[in-house]
Design a protein around this ligand. Structure first.
Ligand SMILES: [Cu+2]
Length: 184
């Protein structure tokens, strides 16, 4: 039984995200150009003076973390912003924690009116002097196979792994998305 449930988690993941995020995704898609900051940031980083490697990720900070308790008791999504005031780009490599069997980095993309989620096992770049935003309808960390259902008001502890071995332990408050929130 259990393995069957796990096998369908990926499919459910897609179905939930499509159904739940379709409306606001068209909103988000308009702001989505920030989704591909990689090339300019790389160029900027390359042009910047060389710094000791340790100077790169140590100033990266987390803003606005929260977990969306989806209607599906097996799935949730984590959102946050990583701010990189440094002169060298960093990479969000993975998100880990005990709250789910596995946590994947995804990006929701809309093509021909259909929203699907693309896995990003390589991680997301946090551009030098810029931000990486994980938000509804865009990039997110997908919690697949929740070890226990999440309830609004609870806290989920997640660890963000960055390039150069930096790890950030972050408390994520759990929220349910409301109509007013989606119109913000
Ligand atoms: Cu996802």
């Amino acid at each position: 039984m259990k393995s069957a449930r796990f096998a369908t988690a990926g499919v459910l993941c897609l179905v939930v995200a499509c159904n739940q995020t379709r409306e606001q995704t068209s909103e988000a898609a308009r702001d989505a150009p920030s989704a591909e900051p990689a090339a300019p940031a790389e160029a900027k980083a390359a042009a910047a003076p060389a710094r000791p490697a340790s100077a790169s990720t140590e100033n990266v900070s987390v803003l606005g973390p929260w977990v969306w308790a989806t209607p599906n008791p097996r799935l949730a999504a984590a959102y946050f912003t990583l701010k990189n005031p440094g002169t060298k780009s960093a990479t969000l490599l993975s998100v880990s924690g005990d709250a789910a069997a596995r946590i994947e980095l995804h990006e929701s993309v809309e093509e021909d009116g259909v929203v699907r989620m693309v896995p990003h096992p390589e991680g997301f770049e946090v551009p030098a002097g810029g931000e990486l935003e994980l938000e509804r309808g865009g990039k997110h960390a997908m919690l697949i196979g929740l070890t226990a259902p999440l309830e609004a008001g609870a806290t989920v502890k997640l660890t963000l792994s960055l390039s150069e071995g930096r790890k950030l332990d972050v408390d994520f408050p759990v929220r349910e998305a409301t109509e007013s929130e989606e119109s913000e």
